[in-house]
Design a protein. Structure first.
Length: 195
């Protein structure tokens, strides 16, 4: 017993599971042969169309009387009151802050934590690490350029700044490799480790 035909006219035989489009009669009276459908094939007519709710609401926006008219008073009053509440809270907070600022004495202002004093040596090392990193990137880009690769304008600008980076490191008391410059003992340590 064949099942109900689908949108494309395909009928499935319940016993054998075979799918086919049954034979039919053309307008001129000739007979169209039955067509077997291979297993797993789904014609486009039978594929369910995905419906996006957001797109549907967008498409149906002109079908109502006036766009946005329904619930206009409710939405407006709620959003206005929400915004008004938010603004009122902000005004209150400003007033409290102003009153607290005027009421405080200098003694009360003192307990606020002052920024920690930074060790200049630590700052130097931090800046040197940053410069060392930039220098390393610039040297890598220079090697690429020497190897024949084309560089972007920003990369070429980095390559040009190599000598400037080395000068900045030197001013901070570091050599071109980013190592601190110290008397002969540092250099001797390098020589012994390299041999």
């Amino acid at each position: 017993m064949p099942s109900q035909p689908s949108n494309s006219g395909i009928v499935t035989d319940e016993k054998s599971g075979e799918r086919k489009i049954p034979e039919s009669v053309r307008a001129d009276g000739s007979t169209r042969k039955a067509i077997k459908i291979r297993p797993g094939y789904r014609p486009p007519e039978d594929v369910e169309v995905y419906k996006n709710r957001t797109a549907e609401t967008f498409r149906s926006r002109g079908k109502g009387p006036v766009p946005g008219a329904e619930g206009l008073k409710d939405d407006k009053s709620e959003s206005a009151s929400a915004a008004a509440n938010k603004n009122a809270k902000r005004r209150e907070a400003r007033k409290k802050a102003k009153a607290a600022g005027e009421g405080q004495t200098e003694r009360e202002n003192a307990p606020t934590p002052a920024p920690e004093e930074v060790d200049p040596q630590v700052e130097k090392e931090k800046k040197a690490r940053n410069l060392k990193k930039k220098l390393k990137q610039a040297k890598e880009l220079k090697d690429k350029k020497d190897g024949g690769q084309t560089l972007l304008p920003e990369q070429i600008a980095k390559v040009i700044k190599i000598s400037e980076l080395i000068r900045e490191l030197d001013a901070l008391g570091f050599d071109a490799e980013g190592e601190p410059k110290k008397g002969g003992e540092k250099n001797e340590g390098k020589d012994s480790s390299s041999s």
